[in-house]
Write a protein that binds this ligand. Structure first.
Ligand code: CU
Length: 420
């Protein structure tokens, strides 16, 4: 098959070469020069400009009609502003597109070569300069000013009663965290990240667990070194690697101990506020009509939280928390009705090519009434593995911070004393 295609291509090239030779030969017979173009050819080319312009414009309009509306109406308050801005931008671009291209083709058609025509020459025209400086200038200023107003609305400080949800990104999944009954996220630190604590949440249990994990790893390595002392079989470089590993693990432990404890805004220890946080991996539930402040963190690379139906997007950057706020206005149920599609679901996507499973980094979003949302939230487990209500610490906990700490991690502290 391949051979056949190659054969066809080669034959076609030979045919074209032969045809052009025939053409050249007839021209020498007619004694016309190559650079001379007949008026008929000229006219044909000029008219083809008009034909091509029409095809181009009709094609563009068809694409607008076919793909112009690829998203349903915005399902968030600020989404209307974003759509309005987008609409204005598209209108401006479209009008300019048609004017510029019409000029391009019409000028080529109107000023086709005529023997007696002479071109007018002028070096400068102030009015023209004004027109093509002022119009784009004003249009740009308009777009930037209104764009910034909308941007500030989305990223400005959230109002008093706004609820917070943290979205945590990692290759290749989203994790949502709700702050629990105390309304505050527990502290998080990358030193605590493990397979059991993907978000690196700081709590007494999680610190103790991580310390235990590091201790057992160190013990294992030390045992290997002891064995080698009795019967030296390891190469020198491997011994050095193991010693270096132990040094790093000890340093990791020290960093966890250095995390420090402090009282948060409502007087609770930062070791404790995390224990009632609710971590959800399957679905992101949002109450309709309520302002939500999203806080974004990333574990590994830059991802981008994209919620197309809410016209919302924000990069998630390792080490730099980002945020925006939005108010959902249409529940999933209502949107299903509007679209006459009972399988419709809102979705959170990753919009930054972040690795080989990027395409599948998504999470279903469910927008529901406040009652439905609260009923769902109650069923979600707190980080300690308990239902939220039971795990919630007593209100206004004034437990002295250091006792919490000691009770929390006897094992951790004991091992810390041993090694430092
Ligand atoms: Cu991603």
């Amino acid at each position: 098959m391949k051979l056949l295609i190659i054969l066809v291509i080669v034959l076609a090239i030979i045919a074209i070469v032969q045809l052009s030779k025939v053409y050249e030969f007839t021209r020498t017979l007619r004694k016309s020069k190559e650079e001379e173009i007949s008026p008929a050819d000229n006219k044909l080319n000029a008219n083809l400009m008009l034909v091509w312009m029409s095809v181009f414009f009709i094609g563009t309009l068809y694409l607008y009609a076919r793909y112009g509306e690829y998203l349903p109406e915005p399902a968030s308050e600020h989404g209307k502003d974003v759509d309005w801005l987008m609409g204005i931008n598209i209108w401006m671009i479209t009008v300019m597109f048609f004017i510029m291209n019409a000029m391009l083709f019409l000028v080529a058609w109107k000023y086709q070569y005529k023997k007696d025509r002479k071109a007018r020459f002028f070096a400068h025209d102030n009015r023209l300069e004004m027109v093509w400086t002022l119009i784009p200038g004003v249009a740009m200023a308009f777009i930037i000013v209104f764009g910034l107003i909308t941007w500030n609305k989305i990223t400005g400080p959230a109002s008093e009663g706004a609820m917070q949800i943290e979205l945590y990104s990692k290759q290749f999944a989203w994790i949502a965290r709700y702050p629990g009954q105390d309304g505050q996220f527990g502290a998080a630190n990358y030193n605590l990240i493990s397979t059991k604590n993907e978000m690196g949440i700081v709590s007494k249990e999680l610190i103790a667990a991580k310390m235990e994990e590091l201790d057992s790893e160190i013990e294992g390595l030390k045992a290997q070194l002891e064995e080698n002392k009795k019967l030296p079989v390891m190469p020198e470089s491997y011994v050095e690697t193991l010693e270096d590993k132990i040094f790093r693990l000890e340093r990791h432990k020290q960093r966890i101990l250095d995390l420090g404890e402090y009282k948060t805004a409502n007087g609770m220890s930062n070791w404790v506020t995390g224990s009632d946080d609710q971590v959800v991996k399957s679905e992101l539930h949002l109450p309709v009509g309520k302002e939500i402040e999203f806080v974004f963190r990333s574990q590994d690379v830059i991802h981008s939280a994209y919620m197309p139906h809410f016209r919302a997007q924000m990069n998630t950057v390792p080490g730099v928390p980002t945020r925006f706020k939005m108010t959902p206005t249409i529940t999933t149920k209502e949107m299903r009705g509007k679209l006459a599609d009972d399988k419709f679901d809102y979705v959170l996507l990753c919009n930054k090519v972040c690795g080989n499973a990027h395409f599948n980094m998504q999470m279903k979003i469910v927008v529901e009434t406040e009652e439905e949302y609260l009923a769902w939230l109650e069923k979600q487990k707190s980080f300690g593995g308990e239902p939220a209500q039971e795990a919630a610490p007593a209100e206004g906990t004034d437990a002295p911070a250091d006792t919490t700490m000691k009770a929390a991690m006897p094992a951790a502290q004991a091992s810390a004393k041993m090694t430092h």
